[in-house]
Design a binder for this molecule. Structure first.
Ligand code: SF4
Length: 386
């Protein structure tokens, strides 16, 4: 199974961000880490299988003081079955990394870093409200390499307000010049309620045309392919052997335990004639309510429900089609005790006729076509009701 730990502290709130992340709460770091460990105690029974991957996300995990990071990690290890962790990622933001933090992370077992580069141009980083500049990305990568990290991801964003194709080309080239093992690239989705969304609504900023955004994605696909990065999911690319196990596990519906604000868990409850059944629960996003709930052994949840069979089957399609390997017949049947053909065959063939999905005989899997990747939402809407 997988473990996700949310660390919601940031130096400044980015202008597009709607994650559970807060500036100015450094005084809460210590009680928050205590609460995470109590939460791990509370839900330790859900970790019924060895943990294979760990992901520290945020927020900005690299803001945690090194001694607190070490205490958190050793506390988690003493509570959860973490003897067989193979991949341990921590998100880190340029401009916040320090040698002592890197040293503490390495010594505690973190073996993969994910750096939020986003863009190479200062004006675009300014528009996004990021605290860093490109030279700090270069510096962070140098520090991470010097500390012994051999598995680095760079996060990039395209479709940004006022971003040109030339900007995007330069961003991709700047990222490649740093020789990361992995690149993630996401199109910006303006989230309601954020300052960036308000600027767009008011016409103070303009997004690139949809066609330009598609061209940006195509440029990414072509450039990364030519430079030895295999695409394994719509937004994720890796050199051989460096695909992110944690994310793949999520797309393959490996159960996960999530700790901290806004963290979600998907826990296996039984395997029966209807296949494997899970419950999902999600923590709330309010810091005070989280700390108070944990102190009273009553975690503050925003959602808890059993995932019904139809919903579970749809999730297999929704998550599996994101990956280049697609959804395999035998995987679907093992999960749900029903054939993929009986659940989705008619709809998939209709989508195939429109050029959106394709069936690969060997190994027997449905995949999105290139057009299907562009129109993924349309595919999912068509699959929604089996
Ligand atoms: S660093 Fe990440 S989590 Fe923090 S405010 Fe920016 S986008 Fe949000």
């Amino acid at each position: 199974m997988e473990l996700y730990v949310h660390l919601p502290f940031c130096r400044r709130k980015c202008r597009y961000c709607d994650f559970a992340s807060f500036p100015g709460l450094d005084a809460r770091m210590e009680p928050y880490v205590d609460a995470l460990l109590r939460e791990a105690d509370f839900f330790a029974g859900d970790a019924s299988e060895p943990i294979d991957t760990v992901y520290f996300g945020g927020g900005t995990p690299s803001l945690l003081p090194p001694s607190l990071l070490s205490r958190l990690i050793s506390g988690l290890k003493s509570r959860l079955p973490m003897e067989q962790v193979r991949e341990w990622t921590a998100e880190a933001n340029p401009g916040t990394l320090t040698d002592p933090w890197l040293e503490a992370a390495r010594r505690s077992g973190v073996n993969r870093l994910s750096l939020g580069m986003q863009a190479a141009q200062a004006p675009l980083l300014e528009t996004l409200g990021r605290i860093h500049r490109m030279d700090q990305v270069r510096e962070s990568v140098g520090m991470a390499r010097a500390a012994g990290f051999r598995n680095l991801n760079l996060d990039l964003m395209f479709g940004l307000p006022e971003q040109s194709m030339a900007d995007w080309r330069e961003t991709v080239e700047e990222a490649l010049a740093l020789s990361p093992e992995h690149i993630s690239a996401y199109g910006l989705i303006p989230e309601e309620g954020t300052p960036l969304f308000r600027d767009l609504e008011a016409g103070r900023l303009t997004l690139p045309q949809a066609e330009t955004e598609r061209d940006m994605y195509n440029l990414l696909l072509l450039t990364l392919k030519n430079r030895g990065y295999a695409q394994y999911e719509i937004s994720n690319f890796a050199r051989p052997g460096f695909a992110c196990r944690h994310n793949i596990g999520y797309w393959r519906q490996v159960p996960y335990l999530g700790l901290g604000l806004s963290a979600a868990s998907m826990v296996r409850i039984r395997t029966g004639p209807e296949g494997t059944r899970y419950t999902r629960r999600t923590n709330g996003t309010d810091m005070d309510a989280y700390l108070a709930g944990i102190a009273q052994n009553a975690p503050n949840l925003s959602e808890q429900s059993e995932i019904g069979p139809a919903e579970a089957r749809f999730e297999t399609m929704m998550l599996g089609l994101r990956m280049n390997e697609g959804v395999r017949d035998n995987f679907f049947e093992a999960m749900h005790r029903r054939s993929l053909e009986s659940c989705y065959g008619v709809r998939l063939r209709a989508l195939e006729a429109r050029g959106l999905v394709t069936y690969v005989n060997q190994p027997g899997a449905w995949r999105l076509t290139r057009l299907g990747m562009d129109l993924q939402n349309q595919v999912l809407v068509d699959l929604m009701d089996e």
